[in-house]
Design a binder for this molecule. Structure first.
Ligand SMILES: [Zn+2]
Length: 159
């Protein structure tokens, strides 16, 4: 049996008046992510962690931001397609741990549903998905509410 670890990181700029999609949920906020897709920074980091663990390329390679068919795409679909690539390589997810860095809004109330959505797409137990959030103590671009960062680590097992 093979065990593979992978990491993913994603950044998006925030702008007033856009929807804020995080972990598959439209989180109430006065700002949202600027992106070609729905800008779900958390799901994008998860995708890159899975791709990295499977020894594949990055999310931008499979889902380029200049592809008109991907305009405004729901990142849950991107995650589903990403996981199909991982499964093709003979792996399944063991667990995923992610962290969101943003000043606001508070993410804690939405975490159970985010875990539910991610575990549903990856067909794994909800206990295998961890979503954490932190501020950067008002430091840097996240602290100034100009952007959001998401980090993810994935562990894969060969089937
Ligand atoms: Zn992204």
């Amino acid at each position: 049996m093979k065990i593979r670890i992978g990491q993913g990181i994603d950044f998006h700029r925030l702008e007033k008046g856009l929807d804020l999609w995080l972990g598959g949920i439209n989180v109430p906020s006065d700002k949202g992510c600027i992106a070609h897709s729905d800008g779900d920074v958390l799901l994008h980091a998860v995708c890159d962690s899975l791709l990295g663990a499977a020894g594949l390329r990055d999310i931008g390679y499979y889902f380029p931001d200049n592809d008109p068919t991907l305009k405004g795409i729901d990142s849950k679909i991107i995650l589903e397609k990403t996981y199909a690539l991982v499964k093709e390589k003979g792996f399944r997810v063991e667990n995923i741990d992610c962290t969101l860095c943003l000043e606001k809004p508070k993410i804690a109330p939405f975490v159970p549903e985010m875990k539910n959505i991610i575990s549903g797409i990856l067909k794994t137990d909800i206990e295998n998905i961890s979503v954490k959030a932190t501020t950067t103590e008002k430091l840097g671009f996240t602290g100034r509410e100009e952007g959001v960062i998401a980090l993810a680590v994935a562990l894969l097992m060969s089937e």
